[in-house]
Design a protein around this ligand. Structure first.
Ligand SMILES: [Zn+2]
Length: 112
């Protein structure tokens, strides 16, 4: 659903020369954040209206995620790389298979 930026993305990092300003990149990111905020709110409304969840539950879950790194700071902790379950070497977060032994790795859609 939320594909990472690629070479065609307006927010991808590449050497575009002097025509691409930092302000334009920030404006694009702000627009993208606003769009994601709307998607998140729409998903929340669906959960609230169709499944009867309340705001308290949402706030509890947000707080729990925030506190997973032991700090209540409005930020999500990055997760350290995990070892391969087959060979024990460190896995790359961006690859669906172990680089060393080829073991397929189940992807966590919320991995950071
Ligand atoms: Zn492996």
């Amino acid at each position: 659903m939320f594909a990472p930026p690629n070479d065609h993305s307006p927010v991808s990092r590449r050497a575009d020369g002097p025509s691409r300003s930092g302000e334009a990149a920030v404006a694009e990111l702000q627009h993208e954040v606003e769009r994601l905020r709307m998607v998140t709110e729409a998903l929340w409304r669906i959960l609230r209206e169709k499944h009867g969840l309340d705001e308290q539950e949402l706030v509890r879950q947000i707080t729990a995620i925030d506190l997973e790194d032991g700090k209540f700071d409005g930020r999500v902790a990055t997760q350290p790389p995990k070892p391969c379950p087959k060979c024990g070497r460190t896995l790359s977060k961006s690859r669906p298979r172990c680089l060393f032994c080829g073991e397929p790795i189940a992807q966590d859609p919320f991995q950071r």
